[in-house]
Design a protein around this ligand. Structure first.
Ligand code: ZN
Length: 463
């Protein structure tokens, strides 16, 4: 038996996840995510479509986040006609995420082309269009949790809960008796809405994420208290609170916790604007998939017909409505995409928020190197928006605990659950190198003998 595992992205970095498995009879692609970061460099990496990817027999997708699914439209637009398996909740969310991403790609290209035209440089095409994103959805085929399917000749696959966002899955492949687990992104136990990550039966090879391999999050109770304190003081000073967020996942978690705080009388009600054109659809997807809810959400649903607090939300659809929010005064919250401040409507809200010391920006998730979100977290004194510098006088709070990722202890617990003597090889991916290395040392301490932190482009014989 010869099986080659190759890392084509999401290795020693958190974005651009893509891996291939190749046997003599077939090959399979796992994830096809967008690289994010410096615009030009990311754009160049995202345009690459090597034959070894186009020639795979099918693809599996762990969840709908853009760094895992975001380049599917380009793949399909370049002739990939094979099936892409995902859970049905992931398919519904992926449609929204990909349309959202297409809009950002188109706007980005317009912006770059305006500059290029001035400098007399050649114009660029967007990575993909809205039509291409819509058309690519037809390749997505549902495969539900725990149902096993032969996804290519001699390769069987099963999805297990990953507890990260709605529909998220770990993927177990079986090839000639060898069991290869891709964890995808793992959630932390007890995250709102979704079930906890599952222990997958007896893997031989584990390809595990390591986003927070070195760091622990505070407990979710502490996180809730801290969020309550931060929001209460922002409310008291009449702040406009801006939350850069992805359309899916984190937004719903944050809103759910705020709804609970308001219900418990710990936070006064304030208007919450969701300024992401596709968030309303994302909310509909959440309503449509109760099969993904955890027990607490099911219990909550029995007591409260509106467990996510949807009635508190005001959705912003058009660009004009979005711009009219510039006139709204605090206290209020505006949740707008994109999550790393690299594009989308959040940019014009930043322009109207950051200079006033009364206001607050809450960063709720991981910020990749090179993004505006990362610079804000790093405490820069001013930010460049639409080519102009604005002083960053407002408050900035980082709430990583709502990142929906397992932390160091959660990941170590996961490895404790597997038989270190039976697992032949561990690959740590989806993390900056320091994070992966720190986790690797801990995993080694648990008796796992072979631990690799692969780099992009590396391949390994695993069977
Ligand atoms: Zn994710």
């Amino acid at each position: 038996m010869s099986i080659e595992l190759k890392f084509l992205g999401g290795a020693r970095t958190v974005t651009g996840s893509k891996f291939t498995l190749k046997t003599k009879k077939a090959s399979i692609l796992t994830e096809f995510g967008l690289f994010q970061g410096h615009r030009r460099q990311a754009f160049e990496l995202n345009t690459l479509l090597p034959d070894e990817i186009l020639e795979t027999d099918s693809m599996l997708l762990s969840h709908a986040h853009i760094d895992h699914a975001g380049n599917i439209p380009r793949l399909v637009a370049h002739g990939y006609e094979n099936d892409i398996y995902a859970t049905s909740a992931t398919i519904d969310l992926a449609r929204i995420m990909l349309l959202d991403s297409a809009e950002i790609q188109v706007r980005d290209a317009e912006y770059v082309n305006k500059k290029n035209a001035k400098k007399g440089e050649p114009l660029i095409e967007p990575l993909y269009s809205i039509e291409e994103a819509e058309a690519s959805i037809k390749n997505l085929k549902p495969l539900e949790y725990h149902s096993t399917r032969e996804v290519a000749a001699g390769i069987k696959a099963t999805f297990y809960d990953a507890g990260h966002i709605l529909g998220s899955a770990q993927i177990l492949y079986e090839i000639d008796g060898l069991r290869i687990l891709f964890t995808g992104d793992l959630g932390q136990p007890d995250l709102p809405v979704v079930r906890n990550p599952e222990r997958v039966p007896s893997p031989d090879i584990i390809v595990c994420e390591s986003t927070y391999g070195e760091r622990n999050h505070p407990s979710l109770d502490e996180a809730k208290q801290r969020l309550s304190d931060i929001l209460k003081s922002a409310y008291d000073r009449g702040a406009k609170i801006l939350v850069p967020a992805f359309a899916v996942g984190r937004t719903q978690s944050l809103v759910l916790v705020m709804h609970q705080l308001m219900d418990e009388g710990r936070l006064p009600a304030m208007p919450i604007w969701i300024d992401s054109p596709l968030s309303l659809e994302a909310t509909e997807v959440f309503k449509k998939h109760p099969e993904c809810y955890d027990r607490e959400t099911m219990e909550y649903l029995k007591r409260d017909e509106d467990p996510f607090g949807f009635f508190r939300l005001r959705y912003v659809q058009t660009v004009e409505e979005s711009k009219s929010l510039n006139e709204v005064s605090g206290p209020c919250m505006i949740i707008a995409s994109s999550g790393m401040c690299e594009g989308g409507r959040v940019v014009h809200h930043l322009k109207n928020t950051v200079a006033d010391p009364k206001n607050l920006v809450i960063i709720t998730g991981y910020q990749a190197e090179g993004t505006l979100g990362k610079r804000i977290v790093d405490g820069v004194k001013s930010v460049k928006l639409y080519g102009e510098e604005y002083p960053l006088n407002c408050g900035v709070e980082v709430l990583n605990e709502y990142s929906a990722h397992a932390d160091r202890n959660d990941l170590i617990e996961l490895f404790k659950g597997y038989d270190s003597k039976k697992v032949k090889e561990v690959f740590l991916v989806h993390g900056d190198y320091d994070q992966s290395r720190a986790l690797g040392e801990a995993v080694n301490g648990l008796g796992y003998s072979s631990i690799t932190i692969p780099d992009v482009g590396q391949s390994f014989e695993i069977g």
